[in-house]
Ligand binder design. Sequence first.
Ligand SMILES: C[S@@+](CC[C@H](N)C(=O)[O-])C[C@H]1O[C@@H](n2cnc3c(N)ncnc32)[C@H](O)[C@@H]1O
Length: 279
Amino acid sequence: MAGLHYRGRPGAPLLNLDTDELARAYDRISSTRQFEMGKQLVADLAIRPGERVLDVGTGTGLLAHHIAELVGPTGRVHGVDPLPSRIHIAMDRARNRSNLSFEVSDVYDLAHLRDQSFDVICLNSVFHWLPEKTGPLLAFRRMLRPAGRIGISAVAKGPLMPVQEVVASVLAEPPFDRFPRERASLTFKIDHEEMRALFEMTGFAPTTIEVRPMEQNYASAEQAVRFLEASSFGNFLGHLPPEMVYRARVTILRRLAAIATEEGIKQQRGRLVAIAHRR
Ligand SMILES: C[S@@+](CC[C@H](N)C(=O)[O-])C[C@H]1O[C@@H](n2cnc3c(N)ncnc32)[C@H](O)[C@@H]1O
């Protein structure tokens, strides 16, 4: 039911475009990017030994593995993600850890997880991928014990960054403009006011809602495109017919190379960090 609701949303990311190669690339690339932001989120959540943590949109499980070390043998961490290739890598990583488990599961379909069975729920670099956010927050509230914490770290709503501007301008040109995306943006970013309203509506009391500056550096145009492909699980140019993807990729690379300096491409964006507890 909830899954249908989510898939009905215009522009919802497709979950069938991921590949083993993209999953491996994400595991490599995210270790110096999303993982660092995730460690900060976990520190902000002050996760303690013995706690039960749900990591939603766990990806390849790097952060979940880190949390499993923090909660120790008396705690446990469960990671869910709808992409089988990423969960496969996560499970490999969890082989010798009895307090860490993973499953292929969509955030819109978590009815099988018991009420009040977690102390903490975290979403690192996931919330902006969710087209509908009220249903998941209500589900998190149900699964958290009273006063349990939720931590969200996501790309904040803001103006287009240079890399996105280049991509948007290429996709607006012939022949790519014959295949417009349902929405210009792939993601569903919100600002701190919208985050506050969502917490209010779904029974959470916020302790932190802020937008922190975040520098995004790419060593080269190729690295920027690889990041976009891997972190969007194939959605980056996924709306184009296969025969056009290579052509669009080459054009984007050429335009990105033109804005790169000796230091590569640097851009500043905002990261929404939100911590709250269940009322
Ligand atoms: C940029 S990755 C972040 C992965 C991981 N949390 C990390 O910190 O590296 C975004 C993740 O959100 C997941 N995601 C997207 N839509 C989702 C959904 N409907 N339910 C659960 N996870 C979802 C993707 O599968 C992907 O693994």
